[in-house]
Design a protein around this ligand. Structure first.
Ligand SMILES: *Cc1c(COP(=O)(O)O)cnc(C)c1O
Length: 393
């Protein structure tokens, strides 16, 4: 099956650019230019050089011996937790800051929920000496103090969104408004494979370095480029899209996407979009999203801030609809247990987002010879508070 975006930004029936008229020039400028700019040799060189020396790529593909023994398969971990700033998000922000420079933009805006994307954005703005404004819900700012201060230390301005529920959705609205009012000099860095075309495809391509490296590294370890399974957690879906990207067309590779089921999919406190969602428009693209009968977005819930999103990127809606990827979901409790298990078996404390992917190992039926790559999207340092509050270790 070909998983390819079409001219108008659709993956099958999902995607597109559903934006207000006033945003059209900004998005159109990107759409017209991103492909040429990001495939230019000079751009590729600079991107690869920063990924190598600033981010620390290639990240290792690590054979997890004790975990493999536990689950009866050969399990490899793609170590995105070892990226500078502690997760995969920086791969994308590096790509977008280089693009913004080439578009002649002088300022960067971003929105952030828990603050991870805000920190990754503030980091690359500091690196390039570009002014950075991050919109964040006022309530999220209280909940995520350390990340607010990280952004400030890096020189970014963090602007509270005081409207609505004062969380991610409101921060996104404020960032959009800012962009509409400052179309010429500002680039808006979106942090996952969401938003209007061309963002989902652009972000996926920046993150596709993950699967590019997996191919080479697996060849060294196993004498073949493709694993039997690739597993990744899905919030918006950028780490999963990056890990799947170069395997979409190889049907021998089973793609496993793991969503957050919060307190359980039948409790009203979940973020498992493929279980609970219906087609609709969210943040500028047609996708699956959690909504009421009359189309109001339902507030998602997950213990993990990075998975607490009411939709998924359009490519994932397509992978789900076509059956190319299998979607599983995992509760808070299952994820927390898996996070502690991996810490003890492998000496790696994973981000709670990633712990969801690990917990899904319990739902798999592997053969002993199966080669599994699990994308370890981030490290658990940022989640220490949550581990402590949960307390069962
Ligand atoms: C943000 C984040 C995620 C979720 O975002 P995706 O776009 O779905 O990858 C997953 N893991 C970590 C560590 C994150 O910081």
């Amino acid at each position: 099956m070909k998983v390819k975006v079409d001219e108008r930004g659709y993956y099958g029936s999902f995607g597109g650019a559903y934006i207000p008229e006033m945003l059209y020039p900004n998005v159109e400028e990107l759409r017209k230019n991103y492909e040429q700019i990001t495939t230019d040799l000079d751009f590729r060189k600079q991107f690869e050089s920063l990924l190598k020396d600033f981010v620390g790529r290639p990240t290792p593909l690590y054979f997890a011996e004790r975990l493999s023994h536990q689950y009866g398969a050969k399990i490899y971990l793609k170590r995105e937790d070892l990226c500078h700033t502690g997760a995969h998000k920086v791969n994308n922000t590096i790509g977008q800051i280089l693009l913004a420079q080439r578009l002649g933009k002088k300022k960067i805006i971003a929105e952030t929920g828990a603050g991870q994307h805000g920190v990754a954005t503030a980091t690359v703005c500091a690196l390039m000496g570009i002014e950075c404004i991050v919109y964040m819900g006022a309530i999220d700012m209280q909940r995520q103090k350390p990340n607010v201060e990280r952004m400030r230390i890096l020189g970014a301005e963090v602007r509270p969104a005081e409207s609505g529920s004062k969380t991610l959705k409101d921060a996104t609205n404020e960032a959009m408004r800012h962009w509409i009012n400052n179309p010429k000099d500002t680039h808006y860095i979106i942090g996952s494979v969401v938003g209007p075309h061309p963002y989902p495809e652009m972000v996926a391509r920046f993150q596709s370095v993950i699967s590019e490296e997996i191919k080479k590294q697996l060849l060294e370890h196993e004498g073949r480029e493709a694993p039997d399974y690739i597993m990744a957690c899905v919030g918006g879906g950028s780490n999963a899209a990056g890990a799947f990207y170069h395997f979409y067309d190889n049907e021998n590779v089973q793609l496993i996407a793991v969503e957050a089921a919060g307190l359980g999919n039948d409790t009203g406190e979940s973020a498992a979009t493929t279980v609970l969602g219906k087609p609709g428009v969210l943040h500028g693209s047609k996708t699956l999203l959690m909504q009421t009968e009359d189309g109001q977005v339902i507030e998602p819930y997950s213990i993990s801030a990075g998975l607490d999103y009411p939709g998924i990127g359009p490519v994932h809606a397509h992978l789900f609809e076509t059956g190319r990827a299998q979607f599983l979901s995992v509760t808070d409790e299952e994820a927390m247990k898996a996070g502690v298990e991996v810490s003890r078996l492998e000496g790696i404390i994973p981000a709670i987002e990633t712990a969801h992917a690990f917990a899904a190992l319990n739902q798999m039926n592997f053969n002993p010879e199966d080669v599994v790559v699990l994308n370890l999207s981030g490290r658990g340092d940022k989640d220490l508070e949550t581990y402590i509050k949960w307390g069962k270790y």
